[in-house]
Design a protein around this ligand. Structure first.
Ligand code: G3P
Ligand code: CA
Length: 368
Protein backbone atom coordinates (compact mmCIF):
# COMPACT_ATOMS: atom_id res chain seq x y z
CA UNK A 1 0.00 0.00 0.00
CA UNK A 2 1.44 3.38 -0.91
CA UNK A 3 1.89 5.68 2.07
CA UNK A 4 0.38 8.61 0.22
CA UNK A 5 -2.96 6.99 -0.36
CA UNK A 6 -2.99 5.10 2.93
CA UNK A 7 -3.67 8.40 4.67
CA UNK A 8 -6.59 8.96 2.33
CA UNK A 9 -8.21 5.74 3.40
CA UNK A 10 -8.37 6.73 7.05
CA UNK A 11 -11.94 7.87 7.08
CA UNK A 12 -15.17 7.45 8.91
CA UNK A 13 -16.40 4.02 7.95
CA UNK A 14 -19.84 3.30 6.65
CA UNK A 15 -21.95 0.93 8.69
CA UNK A 16 -21.45 -2.61 7.42
CA UNK A 17 -24.16 -4.93 6.26
CA UNK A 18 -24.89 -7.53 8.91
CA UNK A 19 -24.23 -10.98 7.52
CA UNK A 20 -27.36 -12.99 8.05
CA UNK A 21 -26.93 -16.07 5.87
CA UNK A 22 -26.30 -19.14 8.02
CA UNK A 23 -24.73 -17.78 11.19
CA UNK A 24 -21.23 -18.93 10.33
CA UNK A 25 -18.19 -17.91 12.38
CA UNK A 26 -17.40 -14.36 11.35
CA UNK A 27 -14.67 -12.22 12.82
CA UNK A 28 -17.10 -11.05 15.49
CA UNK A 29 -15.78 -13.40 18.09
CA UNK A 30 -18.40 -12.77 20.72
CA UNK A 31 -20.08 -16.12 20.97
CA UNK A 32 -17.62 -17.71 18.54
CA UNK A 33 -18.05 -21.10 20.15
CA UNK A 34 -21.71 -21.10 19.19
CA UNK A 35 -21.02 -20.41 15.55
CA UNK A 36 -20.55 -22.90 12.79
CA UNK A 37 -17.27 -23.06 10.89
CA UNK A 38 -17.46 -21.13 7.62
CA UNK A 39 -17.26 -22.73 4.20
CA UNK A 40 -15.12 -20.73 1.79
CA UNK A 41 -15.54 -21.55 -1.89
CA UNK A 42 -11.87 -21.76 -2.88
CA UNK A 43 -11.47 -19.86 -6.15
CA UNK A 44 -15.24 -20.41 -6.37
CA UNK A 45 -16.18 -24.06 -6.81
CA UNK A 46 -12.93 -24.88 -8.56
CA UNK A 47 -13.56 -28.62 -8.40
CA UNK A 48 -16.29 -28.08 -10.99
CA UNK A 49 -15.57 -24.90 -12.97
CA UNK A 50 -12.46 -23.06 -14.21
CA UNK A 51 -11.25 -21.16 -11.16
CA UNK A 52 -11.90 -17.48 -10.50
CA UNK A 53 -14.75 -17.10 -12.97
CA UNK A 54 -18.27 -15.95 -12.26
CA UNK A 55 -19.31 -19.47 -13.31
CA UNK A 56 -17.18 -20.85 -10.51
CA UNK A 57 -18.36 -18.34 -7.91
CA UNK A 58 -22.01 -18.85 -8.86
CA UNK A 59 -21.62 -22.62 -8.52
CA UNK A 60 -19.98 -22.18 -5.11
CA UNK A 61 -22.88 -20.07 -3.90
CA UNK A 62 -25.44 -22.59 -5.14
CA UNK A 63 -23.52 -25.33 -3.34
CA UNK A 64 -23.78 -23.49 -0.05
CA UNK A 65 -20.53 -21.57 0.36
CA UNK A 66 -20.70 -18.87 3.05
CA UNK A 67 -17.86 -16.92 1.43
CA UNK A 68 -16.37 -16.91 -2.07
CA UNK A 69 -12.64 -16.42 -2.50
CA UNK A 70 -11.16 -14.14 -5.16
CA UNK A 71 -7.37 -13.95 -5.35
CA UNK A 72 -6.56 -10.44 -6.59
CA UNK A 73 -4.03 -8.92 -9.00
CA UNK A 74 -4.04 -5.63 -10.92
CA UNK A 75 -4.47 -4.69 -14.56
CA UNK A 76 -2.36 -2.02 -16.30
CA UNK A 77 -5.14 0.51 -15.69
CA UNK A 78 -5.24 -0.40 -11.99
CA UNK A 79 -8.39 -2.48 -11.84
CA UNK A 80 -8.41 -5.47 -9.47
CA UNK A 81 -9.25 -8.74 -11.18
CA UNK A 82 -9.59 -12.28 -9.88
CA UNK A 83 -6.60 -14.47 -10.76
CA UNK A 84 -4.40 -16.68 -8.63
CA UNK A 85 -1.30 -15.11 -10.12
CA UNK A 86 -0.49 -12.22 -12.41
CA UNK A 87 0.92 -14.62 -15.03
CA UNK A 88 -2.15 -15.83 -16.89
CA UNK A 89 -1.10 -18.47 -19.40
CA UNK A 90 -2.17 -21.33 -17.13
CA UNK A 91 -5.74 -20.12 -16.69
CA UNK A 92 -6.64 -18.29 -19.91
CA UNK A 93 -6.37 -18.67 -23.68
CA UNK A 94 -3.85 -15.80 -23.97
CA UNK A 95 -1.41 -18.06 -25.83
CA UNK A 96 -3.85 -18.34 -28.72
CA UNK A 97 -4.15 -14.56 -29.18
CA UNK A 98 -1.54 -13.54 -31.79
CA UNK A 99 -2.18 -9.86 -31.11
CA UNK A 100 -0.65 -10.36 -27.65
CA UNK A 101 2.23 -12.64 -28.65
CA UNK A 102 4.80 -9.86 -28.26
CA UNK A 103 3.79 -9.31 -24.65
CA UNK A 104 5.24 -12.65 -23.56
CA UNK A 105 8.12 -11.80 -21.30
CA UNK A 106 10.12 -12.86 -18.25
CA UNK A 107 9.86 -11.02 -14.95
CA UNK A 108 11.11 -11.51 -11.41
CA UNK A 109 8.12 -11.98 -9.11
CA UNK A 110 8.85 -12.40 -5.41
CA UNK A 111 12.43 -13.33 -6.21
CA UNK A 112 11.63 -15.97 -8.84
CA UNK A 113 11.87 -15.71 -12.64
CA UNK A 114 8.47 -16.16 -14.28
CA UNK A 115 7.83 -16.27 -18.03
CA UNK A 116 4.49 -15.63 -19.69
CA UNK A 117 1.84 -12.93 -19.96
CA UNK A 118 1.11 -10.63 -17.02
CA UNK A 119 -2.10 -8.88 -16.02
CA UNK A 120 -0.25 -5.63 -15.32
CA UNK A 121 0.67 -5.45 -19.03
CA UNK A 122 -3.00 -5.54 -20.12
CA UNK A 123 -5.77 -3.01 -19.73
CA UNK A 124 -9.03 -4.38 -18.41
CA UNK A 125 -10.53 -4.03 -21.89
CA UNK A 126 -7.72 -6.15 -23.32
CA UNK A 127 -8.03 -8.78 -20.59
CA UNK A 128 -11.73 -8.99 -21.34
CA UNK A 129 -10.95 -10.34 -24.81
CA UNK A 130 -9.43 -13.45 -23.19
CA UNK A 131 -11.37 -16.45 -21.95
CA UNK A 132 -10.75 -18.55 -18.87
CA UNK A 133 -9.56 -22.14 -19.07
CA UNK A 134 -9.22 -24.99 -16.58
CA UNK A 135 -5.82 -24.90 -14.84
CA UNK A 136 -5.48 -28.65 -14.23
CA UNK A 137 -7.32 -30.44 -17.08
CA UNK A 138 -5.60 -33.78 -16.37
CA UNK A 139 -7.03 -33.82 -12.86
CA UNK A 140 -10.33 -32.13 -13.72
CA UNK A 141 -11.12 -33.05 -17.34
CA UNK A 142 -14.85 -32.35 -17.01
CA UNK A 143 -14.11 -28.71 -16.21
CA UNK A 144 -12.76 -28.21 -19.72
CA UNK A 145 -16.40 -28.26 -20.87
CA UNK A 146 -16.46 -24.70 -19.54
CA UNK A 147 -13.25 -23.51 -21.23
CA UNK A 148 -13.85 -20.45 -23.35
CA UNK A 149 -17.14 -19.51 -21.71
CA UNK A 150 -16.08 -17.02 -19.07
CA UNK A 151 -14.08 -13.79 -18.88
CA UNK A 152 -11.76 -12.74 -16.11
CA UNK A 153 -14.01 -11.05 -13.53
CA UNK A 154 -13.24 -7.83 -11.72
CA UNK A 155 -13.23 -7.73 -7.93
CA UNK A 156 -16.14 -5.34 -8.18
CA UNK A 157 -18.17 -7.97 -10.05
CA UNK A 158 -17.32 -10.62 -7.49
CA UNK A 159 -18.40 -8.44 -4.58
CA UNK A 160 -21.58 -7.45 -6.41
CA UNK A 161 -22.41 -11.12 -6.99
CA UNK A 162 -21.71 -12.02 -3.36
CA UNK A 163 -23.81 -9.20 -2.03
CA UNK A 164 -26.69 -9.98 -4.36
CA UNK A 165 -26.66 -13.64 -3.33
CA UNK A 166 -26.19 -13.05 0.40
CA UNK A 167 -22.72 -14.53 0.89
CA UNK A 168 -19.41 -13.00 1.92
CA UNK A 169 -16.09 -12.42 0.14
CA UNK A 170 -12.63 -13.55 1.24
CA UNK A 171 -10.25 -11.58 -1.04
CA UNK A 172 -6.53 -12.30 -1.13
CA UNK A 173 -3.90 -9.78 -2.19
CA UNK A 174 -1.43 -11.62 -4.44
CA UNK A 175 2.17 -10.35 -4.64
CA UNK A 176 1.44 -7.08 -2.78
CA UNK A 177 5.11 -6.01 -2.51
CA UNK A 178 5.57 -6.57 -6.23
CA UNK A 179 2.45 -4.59 -7.16
CA UNK A 180 3.57 -1.78 -4.85
CA UNK A 181 6.90 -1.73 -6.68
CA UNK A 182 5.26 -1.10 -10.07
CA UNK A 183 2.88 1.58 -8.84
CA UNK A 184 -0.21 -0.62 -8.85
CA UNK A 185 -0.82 -1.17 -5.12
CA UNK A 186 -3.63 -3.59 -4.44
CA UNK A 187 -4.81 -2.28 -1.11
CA UNK A 188 -6.34 1.07 -2.05
CA UNK A 189 -8.69 -0.29 -4.73
CA UNK A 190 -9.49 -3.25 -2.47
CA UNK A 191 -10.55 -1.00 0.40
CA UNK A 192 -12.27 1.37 -1.99
CA UNK A 193 -14.41 -1.37 -3.48
CA UNK A 194 -15.38 -2.77 -0.09
CA UNK A 195 -16.32 0.70 1.08
CA UNK A 196 -18.49 1.33 -1.99
CA UNK A 197 -20.43 -1.81 -1.13
CA UNK A 198 -20.69 -0.85 2.54
CA UNK A 199 -18.52 -3.79 3.50
CA UNK A 200 -15.70 -2.23 5.49
CA UNK A 201 -17.02 -2.52 9.03
CA UNK A 202 -15.87 -5.08 11.58
CA UNK A 203 -19.11 -7.01 11.02
CA UNK A 204 -18.89 -7.05 7.24
CA UNK A 205 -19.01 -10.51 5.63
CA UNK A 206 -15.38 -10.13 4.60
CA UNK A 207 -11.95 -11.46 5.43
CA UNK A 208 -8.99 -9.77 3.72
CA UNK A 209 -6.08 -12.21 3.48
CA UNK A 210 -2.42 -12.10 2.50
CA UNK A 211 0.69 -14.28 2.67
CA UNK A 212 2.60 -11.08 3.41
CA UNK A 213 2.48 -9.27 6.75
CA UNK A 214 3.27 -5.62 6.08
CA UNK A 215 0.29 -4.91 3.86
CA UNK A 216 -2.11 -6.45 6.38
CA UNK A 217 -0.69 -4.24 9.15
CA UNK A 218 -1.28 -1.22 6.93
CA UNK A 219 -4.76 -2.41 6.02
CA UNK A 220 -5.61 -2.59 9.72
CA UNK A 221 -5.31 1.21 9.75
CA UNK A 222 -7.30 1.61 6.56
CA UNK A 223 -10.35 -0.55 7.16
CA UNK A 224 -12.17 -2.26 9.98
CA UNK A 225 -13.09 -5.19 7.76
CA UNK A 226 -11.84 -8.50 9.21
CA UNK A 227 -8.32 -9.60 8.31
CA UNK A 228 -6.71 -13.05 8.16
CA UNK A 229 -2.97 -13.65 8.11
CA UNK A 230 -2.11 -16.53 5.80
CA UNK A 231 0.45 -19.04 7.05
CA UNK A 232 2.09 -21.36 4.56
CA UNK A 233 3.34 -24.86 5.39
CA UNK A 234 6.95 -23.79 4.78
CA UNK A 235 8.92 -20.69 3.91
CA UNK A 236 8.53 -17.07 4.96
CA UNK A 237 6.42 -14.03 4.02
CA UNK A 238 8.00 -12.39 0.99
CA UNK A 239 7.92 -8.91 2.49
CA UNK A 240 9.98 -10.14 5.45
CA UNK A 241 12.41 -11.92 3.13
CA UNK A 242 12.80 -8.76 1.04
CA UNK A 243 13.48 -6.72 4.17
CA UNK A 244 16.10 -9.16 5.45
CA UNK A 245 13.87 -10.15 8.36
CA UNK A 246 14.72 -13.77 9.26
CA UNK A 247 11.27 -14.67 10.59
CA UNK A 248 9.51 -17.55 8.90
CA UNK A 249 5.90 -18.74 8.86
CA UNK A 250 7.00 -21.13 11.61
CA UNK A 251 7.90 -18.15 13.77
CA UNK A 252 4.51 -16.57 13.08
CA UNK A 253 2.64 -19.51 14.64
CA UNK A 254 4.59 -19.59 17.87
CA UNK A 255 2.67 -18.13 20.85
CA UNK A 256 4.69 -14.92 20.47
CA UNK A 257 4.05 -14.81 16.74
CA UNK A 258 0.33 -15.30 17.21
CA UNK A 259 0.25 -12.54 19.82
CA UNK A 260 1.79 -10.20 17.26
CA UNK A 261 -0.71 -11.27 14.57
CA UNK A 262 -3.60 -10.63 16.95
CA UNK A 263 -2.62 -6.95 17.00
CA UNK A 264 -3.71 -6.51 13.39
CA UNK A 265 -5.70 -9.57 12.35
CA UNK A 266 -8.88 -11.35 13.34
CA UNK A 267 -7.76 -14.78 12.27
CA UNK A 268 -5.16 -16.92 10.60
CA UNK A 269 -5.58 -18.88 7.39
CA UNK A 270 -3.21 -21.81 7.67
CA UNK A 271 -2.10 -24.72 5.52
CA UNK A 272 -3.64 -27.90 6.91
CA UNK A 273 -0.13 -29.14 7.68
CA UNK A 274 0.10 -26.48 10.38
CA UNK A 275 -2.83 -28.19 12.13
CA UNK A 276 -2.07 -31.84 11.33
CA UNK A 277 1.47 -32.32 10.04
CA UNK A 278 2.43 -35.20 7.78
CA UNK A 279 5.36 -37.55 8.22
CA UNK A 280 7.92 -38.63 5.61
CA UNK A 281 5.48 -41.29 4.34
CA UNK A 282 2.77 -38.68 3.80
CA UNK A 283 0.64 -39.98 6.64
CA UNK A 284 -0.83 -37.64 9.21
CA UNK A 285 0.92 -37.16 12.55
CA UNK A 286 -0.53 -35.92 15.84
CA UNK A 287 -2.19 -32.49 15.65
CA UNK A 288 -0.27 -29.42 16.73
CA UNK A 289 -1.48 -26.99 19.38
CA UNK A 290 -2.05 -24.24 16.81
CA UNK A 291 -5.84 -24.11 17.06
CA UNK A 292 -5.73 -23.86 20.84
CA UNK A 293 -2.87 -21.33 20.77
CA UNK A 294 -4.62 -19.13 18.23
CA UNK A 295 -7.96 -19.27 20.01
CA UNK A 296 -6.27 -18.25 23.25
CA UNK A 297 -5.18 -15.08 21.51
CA UNK A 298 -8.64 -14.45 20.11
CA UNK A 299 -7.78 -15.50 16.57
CA UNK A 300 -10.07 -17.52 14.34
CA UNK A 301 -8.44 -20.44 12.51
CA UNK A 302 -9.33 -21.12 8.89
CA UNK A 303 -7.52 -23.79 6.91
CA UNK A 304 -6.76 -24.60 3.26
CA UNK A 305 -7.08 -26.24 0.87
CA UNK A 306 -9.56 -29.10 0.99
CA UNK A 307 -9.71 -30.89 -2.35
CA UNK A 308 -11.60 -33.99 -3.35
CA UNK A 309 -9.04 -35.82 -5.44
CA UNK A 310 -6.89 -38.61 -3.97
CA UNK A 311 -3.72 -36.92 -5.20
CA UNK A 312 -4.69 -33.77 -3.26
CA UNK A 313 -5.65 -35.52 -0.01
CA UNK A 314 -3.49 -36.76 2.86
CA UNK A 315 -2.51 -40.38 2.27
CA UNK A 316 -4.78 -41.46 5.14
CA UNK A 317 -7.89 -40.28 3.27
CA UNK A 318 -7.24 -41.70 -0.20
CA UNK A 319 -9.59 -44.36 -1.56
CA UNK A 320 -9.44 -46.94 -4.34
CA UNK A 321 -6.76 -48.90 -6.11
CA UNK A 322 -3.53 -46.90 -6.34
CA UNK A 323 -2.58 -48.87 -9.45
CA UNK A 324 -5.65 -47.72 -11.35
CA UNK A 325 -5.17 -44.96 -13.92
CA UNK A 326 -8.02 -42.86 -12.49
CA UNK A 327 -6.76 -43.09 -8.89
CA UNK A 328 -5.10 -39.64 -8.76
CA UNK A 329 -8.28 -37.85 -9.82
CA UNK A 330 -10.79 -40.14 -8.09
CA UNK A 331 -12.64 -38.69 -5.12
CA UNK A 332 -11.16 -39.84 -1.83
CA UNK A 333 -12.61 -39.65 1.66
CA UNK A 334 -12.70 -35.88 1.61
CA UNK A 335 -15.67 -35.86 3.96
CA UNK A 336 -13.67 -37.87 6.49
CA UNK A 337 -10.84 -35.35 6.24
CA UNK A 338 -13.24 -32.43 6.67
CA UNK A 339 -14.85 -34.13 9.66
CA UNK A 340 -11.43 -34.51 11.27
CA UNK A 341 -10.69 -30.82 10.81
CA UNK A 342 -14.12 -29.77 12.12
CA UNK A 343 -13.66 -32.06 15.13
CA UNK A 344 -10.30 -30.43 15.83
CA UNK A 345 -12.07 -27.08 16.08
CA UNK A 346 -11.29 -25.13 12.93
CA UNK A 347 -13.43 -22.05 12.35
CA UNK A 348 -13.51 -22.40 8.59
CA UNK A 349 -12.28 -24.35 5.59
CA UNK A 350 -11.33 -23.33 2.07
CA UNK A 351 -12.82 -26.05 -0.13
CA UNK A 352 -12.67 -26.60 -3.88
CA UNK A 353 -16.00 -28.43 -3.44
CA UNK A 354 -18.04 -26.24 -1.09
CA UNK A 355 -21.04 -28.52 -1.46
CA UNK A 356 -19.30 -31.46 0.14
CA UNK A 357 -17.85 -29.19 2.79
CA UNK A 358 -21.28 -27.78 3.57
CA UNK A 359 -22.86 -31.24 3.71
CA UNK A 360 -20.13 -32.47 6.04
CA UNK A 361 -20.51 -29.46 8.30
CA UNK A 362 -24.25 -30.04 8.57
CA UNK A 363 -23.70 -33.70 9.40
CA UNK A 364 -21.11 -32.89 12.05
CA UNK A 365 -23.32 -30.23 13.58
CA UNK A 366 -26.22 -32.70 13.62
CA UNK A 367 -24.01 -35.15 15.51
CA UNK A 368 -24.13 -37.91 12.88
O1 G3P B 1 -5.89 -18.15 0.44
C1 G3P B 1 -6.00 -19.40 1.02
C2 G3P B 1 -5.53 -20.33 0.01
O2 G3P B 1 -6.26 -20.03 -1.16
C3 G3P B 1 -4.08 -20.14 -0.20
O3 G3P B 1 -3.64 -20.83 -1.27
O4 G3P B 1 -2.42 -20.60 -3.32
O5 G3P B 1 -4.83 -21.20 -3.38
O6 G3P B 1 -4.11 -18.89 -2.84
P1 G3P B 1 -3.76 -20.33 -2.77
CA1 CA C 1 -6.08 -17.81 -2.08
Amino acid sequence: MSQKTLAGTLAVLAAGTVFAAVQPATADRSGRDDQAPIIVGHRGASAYRPEHTLLSYEAAIKMGADYIEPDLVSTKDHVLVARHENEISQTTDVESHPEFAARRTTKTIDGAAVTGWFTEDFTLAELRTLRAEERIPDLRPDNTAFDGLAQIPTFEEVVALAKKKGVGVYPETKHPTYFDSIGLSLEEPLVGTLRRFGWDSSRAPVFIQSFETGNLKQLRSATRAPIAQLINATGAPYDLVAAGDPRTYGDLVTPEGLREIARYADGVGVATQRIVPTGPDGRLLAPTTLIRDAHRRGLLVHTWTIRNENSQLPVDYRLGNPAGPAYPRATGDVMGWLERLFDLGVDGVFADDPGLARATRERVLDGH
